[in-house]
Design a protein around this ligand. Structure first.
Ligand SMILES: CC(C)(COP(=O)(O)OP(=O)(O)OC[C@H]1O[C@@H](n2cnc3c(N)ncnc32)[C@H](O)[C@@H]1OP(=O)(O)O)[C@@H](O)C(=O)NCCC(=O)NCCS
Length: 183
């Protein structure tokens, strides 16, 4: 478990913890995912796109230990998942892009990631804590994680601060890579 408090980003009373997700987190994950999926693309705080993860898919991702949770003072504050199990139109697009960009990757790649912070807890560095924790959990399993970020999502600079690298782009998307030996 990673914990943080008393740094300049947080109120001194905040206690942020990072832990593996469990099945009983699924309702809060689905609620938060649905909140960001329903935001318009012009939203200044970002959005998610694509089909929602089903309860069945989230259970598989959790059992693979590929989903981590942030809590603040024990309240659910966000999640980060990496996904090599789901199969739908969007994940097939991710896999197709990954095949096109395969020269950019040396070892085993996880083909998709998703991160979302609760609107109440944005801007506190929680995404970085989740990213660091995921890196330390995954770096024996994968060399890197692939993802796609819409160019309409204003959060690309935050992803770059969290060590994602842009490896390609077109008019719609940034194609990004998180190296797991990077932090
Ligand atoms: C994307 C998201 C997870 C980032 O979380 P956050 O709470 O907003 O960001 P954090 O406070 O963790 O900041 C992450 C880093 O970006 C930096 N940062 C914040 N705003 C920034 C900006 N405008 N430009 C550059 N860096 C910025 C932070 O300082 C921090 O880096 P540091 O710790 O090295 O200083 C969150 O905004 C979110 O869930 N958005 C909605 C869903 C979404 O868009 N998901 C991503 C889909 S691709």
């Amino acid at each position: 478990m990673v914990s943080a408090n008393n740094t300049s980003k947080y109120c001194s009373s905040d206690h942020i913890s990072i832990r593996l997700g469990i099945d009983s987190d699924i309702p809060q994950i689905i609620t938060l995912q649905s909140f960001w999926l329903n935001q318009p693309y012009v939203n200044k705080k970002g959005f998610l796109f694509g089909s929602p993860y089903s309860e069945f898919e989230l259970k598989q991702i959790i059992s693979n230990q590929h989903l981590i949770i942030a809590t603040v003072d024990s309240s659910f504050a966000g999640y980060f998942l990496v996904d090599d199990v789901s199969r739908n139109n969007l994940t097939e697009k991710y896999r197709a892009q990954l095949r096109i960009l395969k020269q950019q990757f040396a070892g085993k790649v996880c083909p998709r990631a998703q991160i979302a912070i609760s609107p109440n807890y944005l801007g506190r560095g929680i995404s970085k804590l989740l990213t660091k924790s995921m890196i330390s959990r995954l770096n024996n399993e994968y060399e890197s994680v692939f993802s796609m970020v819409s160019k309409q999502n204003c959060n690309i600079q935050k992803h770059i601060r969290n060590n994602w690298k842009i490896i390609h782009q077109d008019h719609l998307m940034y194609y990004v890579k998180l190296e797991l030996r990077s932090f």
